[in-house]
Every structure is written in structure tokens, then in C-alpha cells.
Design a protein around this ligand. Structure first.
Ligand code: URA
Length: 240
């Protein structure tokens, strides 16, 4: 692997910042200053030091994306753009995958990782983490309907679905905006819940996943999680 790619994986900055670090002779490889950003490195064998700090070998990667409309939540597809296609060449790895699923027309918080154990923990029915959605639905909603979302609904296929909380945050013309928080994560859950109330979701945005919000990310953009965020995620349980 090239040293600049390795340093980028270690989250030491953009490619140009890393090239600058190398130019300034702040990186050593097996005690020798790195002279070219194209130099090869074996992360398992070589000793890389930046500004006196020995680097470890990062094997797990975590990104939070603000998924845009029109992109599918999948690792590959022959004809459609997937969320993985939005990763830069530097960040892409073939073992990364999205945690859970957002519909093609749903936007918002989506975690992408290669940490299978954490992904499993985050979406397993036992430890489902909290998710916050903003749904624009057709027509007006009564307080009774909002209460039904929180009391729980038995869907036609027998699924029992329920929001932890739901509230109307706006009403305009023929649309109502509802904010919901839930721990469950069943297939098309929000659309099916409103469908059961006779309403249609016209726009759906996941504002937060496991406490991670995407207000700082524009559509289609993503960022690496901080060490603290990763640690918090690993400690999440259904009690969050
Ligand atoms: N519920 C839905 O109906 N769709 C999503 O994308 C996410 C939750």
C-alpha cells in the first residue's frame, strides 16, 4: 500500500495535507524519513512514525453519510448508484457495507463500516438503537392518530410496530411534518405505519441514527466517525 493512502486511512488529513507532512520530513518509515508519498508500506510489518507518534494499523472503518435521494442502500448494483459509489477512491474498501437500510427515496443518517460485529449489534432486534425520522405525510393528522403511532399498530402481516415518540412539527397546505423516534427497524416501517393510518409519506429523512446526526453534512457527503463516537456506539444498547 502507498504511504499516502496508509496515512489517509489513519485519518491524518487530506491527501494534500499528508503530502505536506511528507515534504516536511515529519514521517519516518522504519526510522528513515519518507521522501516520496508513493513509497510502499506494509502496515503489518513496517514501523511508521509521524511527529514522534508510532502509528498502529487501523483495520476497522466507520463513516456517517447523509444519504441523498435516488441512491440505493446496497454494496453493489449493476444499474443503479449505490451509497458505496459515493465514497472517494481513498476511502473505498471492498469490505465496507451500509448498516441497515434506507429506501431509495429516503435521505439522511446512514452508517457505513466494515465492522460486522458492531453492525450486527446496532441492528439486532435485541439492541436496536434509537433512530429519529422526519416524515412529510399527505393531509392532516389528528392528535389521536399521533397517539396511535405511539401506542402501536398491528400491521396486516402481523408485525407490531410502534414509535417511542411522535409529534407534529409543522403543517402546511396539504402536508403534515411529523418527527418520530423509534428503536424498531422493520422493512419500510415508517411508510407502513402511516399507510395503516391512511396517510402517504411523501418525503422521509432520518435525522439521527444512534445519536449521530447529519446536520453538518450536505446531501451525499460523509465523514469518518471520531474515536469517541465509535466508542459510544460500541457501548450502545436498547437502553440508549
Ligand atoms: N422506514 C421507511 O419506510 N423507509 C426507510 O427508508 C426507513 C424507515
Amino acid at each position: 500500500m502507498r504511504i499516502d493512502k496508509y496515512l489517509h486511512d489513519q485519518q491524518l488529513g487530506t491527501r494534500s495535507q499528508i503530502h505536506e507532512l511528507i515534504k516536511q520530513r515529519r514521517v519516518t518509515l522504519n526510522e528513515q524519513p519518507v521522501k516520496s508519498f508513493k513509497q510502499g508500506v506494509d502496515p503489518l510489518q513496517d514501523r511508521v512514525i509521524v511527529d514522534g507518534q508510532v502509528l498502529g494499523h487501523q483495520t476497522e472503518f466507520y463513516y456517517l453519510m447523509n444519504k441523498p435521494m435516488g441512491v440505493i442502500t446496497a454494496t453493489t448494483d449493476l444499474s443503479q448508484t449505490t451509497v458505496m459509489d459515493l465514497l472517494s477512491k481513498d476511502d473505498f474498501r471492498s469490505d465496507l457495507f451500509p448498516v441497515g437500510r434506507l429506501d431509495k427515496d429516503t435521505t439522511g443518517a446512514l452508517l457505513i463500516t466494515n465492522d460486522g460485529q458492531l453492525a450486527h449489534q446496532l441492528v439486532s432486534p435485541k439492541t436496536h438503537v434509537a433512530k429519529t425520522y422526519e416524515a412529510h405525510v399527505t393531509g392532516t393528522l389528528s392528535n389521536d392518530q399521533i397517539q396511535v403511532l405511539q401506542d402501536g399498530i398491528e400491521l396486516k402481516n402481523g408485525d407490531h410496530v410502534k414509535a417511542d415518540s411522535a409529534s407534529i412539527v409543522g403543517q402546511s397546505g396539504h402536508e403534515t411534518n411529523v418527527k418520530l423516534q423509534l428503536h424498531q427497524g422493520k422493512y419500510h416501517q415508517i411508510k407502513r405505519m402511516f399507510g395503516a393510518l391512511g396517510q402517504r409519506v411523501v418525503q422521509l429523512h432520518r435525522a439521527e441514527f444512534a445519536g449521530l446526526g447529519v446536520t453538518d453534512l450536505s446531501d451525499g457527503n460523509y465523514r469518518a466517525l471520531t474515536d469517541k463516537e465509535i466508542e459510544l456506539l460500541k457501548n450502545k444498547t436498547s437502553a440508549d
